[in-house]
Each structure stands twice: as structure tokens, then as C-alpha cells.
Design a protein around this ligand. Structure first.
Ligand code: B12
Length: 294
């Protein structure tokens, strides 16, 4: 006990559950807690109330009720991030989707929902995993739900009509982080681009082949977009970029993502354009390329 508050370990002991289970109760908002200097603190009265309300033994199953949202009031997106993160960690796809729908209903744009909600929630989950507060299973489950949210959003806001040109998107060989590719693909499709989405772990020769397949389309592909998330993958990134340049010298290669620190590193890796760490820069860059072409 510190200053009359229980630590998370003590609360877990009181409830007779694993630390991670107690942590999940907190993250899903079921057990009220406050964070002080990186430590969770729980009021004994809140723990007692939790005990009374919880039915039967504490099994550790994620407990997420019906969506808490619904009022058509544009909320602070930051507050929603925490709620989405809790649902992702709980593997709660219906709850996550309900939250996204409620946020969209308040006027948030689909691209904002990806850039300001889903992506930051996943980054935060990564930080918790790195600190040992979430397990690999938690992280995988959250990724799977995110992938489904991104797909659902993609089909819900799909744009028909004449395309503005084709872009080939991939993460390089050895890079298993595929969500940034799917997010980038949605953002571009919503702006009318045709996207060839190759996903994670794409070998350079497959990238080259995909670009060749598009050579017959109106003027050929506008660009290749490569996203690198894991640090230390520079040789793989470099070989993807150089193989595309060698086989298709006229096609610009855009490079971005969390593992590319700045424009000069992107240039050293052979890229023509650095798209930074946010997907909207990717979209702006493609729009500029289209305008130049026309
Ligand atoms: C989910 C996840 C995984 C999943 C991936 C599942 C999937 N289907 O994608 C799995 C479990 C496979 C995984 C594995 C690993 N992971 Co991981 N993972 C994550 C996590 C939690 C989320 C990644 C994510 O989707 N983020 C959300 C995306 C959408 O946000 P974003 O990266 O900002 O994306 C934007 C930009 O990329 C931008 N963008 C900019 N330019 C461009 C250009 C183009 C063309 C495109 C398309 C987009 C784009 O668009 C996006 C949207 O804005 C991150 C945490 C984090 N900080 O991201 C760790 C994280 C990336 N992983 C990490 C690590 C260490 C690993 C492992 C090494 C763990 C291990 N020991 O096995 C392996 C490596 C696997 C590999 N070889 O790639 C570290 C990386 C640290 C580092 N600096 O390199 C992180 C940061 C976690 C951490 N805090 O330590 N991981």
C-alpha cells in the first residue's frame, strides 16, 4: 500500500488473479485506477466495489460491455484512443468497430480514424508490450483486430470511378509489420488512387514483378511506396529500392515509416522521396506527383 492506494500487484493478489489479468481489468476501464510515475494505483474502495459487481470467480476473460459511445457529439479523439486501445487489447472487434462507427458519426473522417485512433493505439500497445505490461499474445490479438478494422473501413469508404493512377505499396523482405501498408493503401484508395497492395515481407523480385504488371496501365505506375517499421532492416530496404530502380528506372520510389529517421537516410537508401512517419504525407506526395504528370 502506498498513500492508502494499492499497487496493481497487490490488487491482483487481493483478487487472486494474475498481474496481467488485473492489468486488463484496469486497461478495459472495469477497475478504476490512476497512474502515478508509471505505476498504477487502486483505491481500496474501488477494489471492493469491483469485487461486489464481478460475477463469480475472476476468470480473466476480457470484459467489455456494449459500446459506451453513441451520442453524436464530436469527442476529443485522444480520449477515444485509450478506449480503442482497451478494446484492441481485449480482442474485442465488435466493441472496437462500434467505437470507430460512433467516432465517424461525430464527423471524424475515415482517414483521421486511422491516423489519429488506430495507428496511435497500436503504437501505444507496442510501448506497453516493450515495458512488459502486455504479452505477445495480447499484441498479436490487438494486431488481428486492427487488421480487420482497417479492412472494414477500407470497404465501407471505397471510392468508385476513374482512378488517378496506380501505386504499388509494400513492406520489404523481413519486415512483418503489414498494418502500415494496409493503412497507406486505404488512405490512397480513398483519394481515388488504384493501389497494388503487396503487404508485409515482400521480396524485391516480387516488387519488381508487380510494377512490371502495371506497365500497361495509363502511363505505368505513378510510384512505388515502401514502408519500413523495424529498425535494422536497411539492407533489405536498400535492395528493394535499388531493384525497382534497376528494372523500372522511370518509377519514383517513396520511402517512409517509423524506422526511416529522416530524409537524408531515405536518400542514402536510394529513395527518391521521403514520406516521413505519417501516412498523410504519403498521400500528399502522390497528389503532387499526379499533378506534375498531368
Ligand atoms: C503490431 C506489431 C507487430 C506485429 C505486426 C503485425 C502486423 N500484421 O503488422 C508483429 C507481432 C508481427 C510484430 C513483430 C515484431 N515486432 Co512489432 N510492433 C507492432 C506494433 C505494436 C504496432 C505496429 C503498427 O502497426 N503500428 C501502427 C502503424 C500504422 O503506425 P506507423 O508505424 O506509424 O505507420 C505509419 C507510417 O508507417 C506511415 N507511412 C509513412 N511513410 C509511408 C510510406 C508508405 C509507402 C506507407 C504504406 C506508409 C507510410 O503510414 C502509417 C500510418 O500513418 C509496434 C509498435 C509501434 N510503435 O508501432 C511494434 C514494433 C514496431 N515492433 C517491434 C519489434 C521489436 C518487433 C519484433 C522484433 C519483436 C520480436 N522480438 O519478435 C518483431 C519483428 C518482426 C519483423 N521481422 O518485422 C518494435 C520495433 C522497434 C524498432 N525501433 O525497431 C516496436 C516499435 C515495438 C516497441 N515499442 O518496441 N510487431
Amino acid at each position: 500500500m502506498t498513500n492508502g492506494y494499492l499497487t496493481l500487484t497487490e490488487a491482483a493478489q487481493e483478487l487472486g488473479v494474475h498481474y496481467m489479468t488485473a492489468y486488463r481489468y484496469v486497461r478495459t476501464g472495469r477497475l478504476p485506477a490512476r497512474q502515478v510515475g508509471g505505476e498504477w494505483q487502486i483505491e481500496p474502495a474501488d477494489l471492493a466495489r469491483f469485487r461486489e459487481q464481478a460475477p463469480g470467480p475472476f476468470r480473466g476473460a476480457p470484459v467489455l460491455g456494449a459500446p459506451v459511445l453513441g451520442a453524436p457529439v464530436r469527442p476529443g479523439l485522444k480520449a477515444r484512443r485509450g478506449q480503442l486501445e482497451a478494446r484492441l487489447v481485449a480482442g474485442d472487434e465488435p466493441g472496437s468497430w462500434a467505437l470507430i462507427e460512433a467516432v465517424l458519426a461525430t464527423g471524424t473522417k475515415p482517414d483521421e480514424s486511422l491516423l489519429e485512433l488506430v495507428a496511435p493505439a497500436m503504437r501505444s500497445i507496442g510501448a506497453h508490450w516493450q515495458r512488459g505490461e502486455l504479452s505477445i499474445a495480447d499484441e498479436h490479438r490487438a494486431s488481428a483486430v486492427s487488421a480487420r478494422l482497417i479492412a472494414r473501413l477500407g470497404s465501407r469508404f471505397g471510392r468508385r470511378g476513374v482512378k488517378r493512377g496506380t501505386v504499388v505499396l509494400a513492406a520489404p523482405a523481413g519486415e512483418l509489420h503489414g498494418l502500415p501498408v494496409s493503412i497507406g493503401a486505404n488512405l490512397l484508395r480513398w483519394r481515388g488512387f488504384n493501389v497494388v497492395e503487396l503487404g508485409a515481407d515482400t521480396p524485391p523480385e516480387a516488387l519488381v514483378e508487380a510494377v512490371a504488371n502495371e506497365a500497361g496501365s495509363d502511363g505505368g505506375p505513378l510510384a512505388v511506396g515502401i514502408v519500413s517499421t523495424l529498425t535494422g532492416q536497411q539492407p533489405s530496404v536498400e535492395s528493394s529500392v535499388s531493384e525497382v530502380h534497376r528494372a523500372h528506372p522511370g518509377v519514383p520510389v517513396l520511402l517512409g515509416g517509423a524506422a526511416v529517421v529522416d530524409a537524408s537516410q531515405a536518400r542514402r537508401l536510394g529513395a527518391d522521396v521521403y514520406t516521413g512517419k505519417r501516412g498523410d504525407v504519403l498521400v500528399d506526395t502522390l497528389e503532387a506527383i499526379t499533378e506534375r504528370r498531368h
